[in-house]
Design a binder for this molecule. Structure first.
Ligand code: HEC
Length: 195
């Protein structure tokens, strides 16, 4: 090992330690990752840059909520014509669509057969807020939040809202078991188109 003697750093009890530094590329990776982690820590954890990931998340959530609001403001819900809603009540596919949505969103409060639970019976001829398909559409779209009926106009697609109203109209007089007692004024159901 004589050719390396100029590289001897020190010698102890005949054991020589050579001056054999880590190769430059490895040191570059080491220093590079140290610098990167310091910058990363400052930028994200200590929010020297754009802000914390949490703030960024909150900002993006706000942006998408605002975008949804703006969409609905620019595209106000157009109530369908009563004739369309009544025709839907005689259309099996539309009634099916309404029934599927009702089971998911409405049955918990109005009962699986709309017989009434927390919310009123929707199958009888008594109505708190009017029983014309036009009035039912308004009730479902805008809700009566103070009375516990949520608004659905910004949660459901317009065709689902219409299908719900047609479905409710199709249930008139279905007399499900264990109905909730009638509430409100009597309204004679409008005829379903084609019946
Ligand atoms: C969190 C419970 C709840 C949910 C969910 C709910 N409702 Fe209601 N709904 C109510 C309550 C409570 C009322 C009665 C409001 C009042 O007393 O003015 C009501 C009233 C109504 C009325 C008016 C009834 C009348 O007599 O005039 C209709 C129609 C109606 N809901 C349809 C729906 C539809 C369709 C859905 C699903 C998209 C739905 N509701 C989901 C609680 C609910």
């Amino acid at each position: 090992m004589a050719q390396y003697d100029d590289k001897v750093l020190h010698e102890l009890d005949g054991i020589k330690e050579y001056d054999n530094p880590m190769p430059g590329w490895l040191m570059a990776i080491l220093w590079g990752s140290l610098l990167f982690s310091a910058a990363y820590l400052m930028f994200y954890a200590l929010s020297f840059g754009e802000g914390t990931m949490e703030a960024e998340y909150r900002q993006q959530t706000q942006q998408s909520v605002a975008a949804v609001q703006a969409y609905f403001d620019a595209n106000p819900l157009v109530p369908p014509k009563p004739a369309e809603l009544l025709a839907g009540a005689g259309n099996a596919a539309i009634v099916e669509t309404g029934a599927a949505r009702f089971a998911k969103s409405c049955a918990p409060c109005h009962g699986p057969q709309a017989q009434g639970l927390i919310g009123p019976n929707l199958t009888d001829d008594h109505w708190l807020h009017g029983g014309s398909v036009e009035q039912i559409f308004q009730t479902v779209a805008k809700g009566w939040p103070a009375k516990g009926m949520p608004p659905w106009g910004r949660a459901l697609r317009p065709e689902e809202l219409s299908a719900l109203v047609s479905y409710i109209r199709s249930l008139q007089g279905s007399n499900p078991p264990n109905p909730r007692a009638p509430e409100g004024e009597v309204f004679a159901a409008e005829p379903i188109a084609g019946h």
